[in-house]
Design a protein around this ligand. Structure first.
Ligand SMILES: [Zn+2]
Length: 60
C-alpha cells in the first residue's frame, strides 16, 4: 500500500509508514510544515526524543 504526502505528493517511505502508520506527510514536509501526527505515549510507546531519533533513522 503506497501513501503519498498530502503536501508534495511524493510517496512516503514505507519505513516511515511502519513507524507512523497514520502520517500523511513525508519527512521533509513534516519538518517544514510540522507533522500531522501527534504522538501520544500511550499509543506510540515512546517519548518524543525517541520519536525524533526514529525519524532521523528513517531519513538516513
Ligand atoms: Zn512531502
Amino acid at each position: 500500500m503506497k501513501r503519498r504526502c498530502e503536501i508534495c505528493g511524493k510517496a512516503i517511505p514505507k519505513e516511515r509508514l511502519e513507524a507512523l502508520p497514520d502520517t500523511r506527510r513525508c519527512i521533509e514536509c513534516a519538518r517544514t510544515n510540522g507533522t500531522d501526527y501527534s504522538p501520544r505515549r500511550t499509543e506510540v510507546g515512546m517519548d518524543i526524543d525517541t520519536y525524533k531519533d526514529l525519524l532521523g533513522a528513517v531519513r538516513s
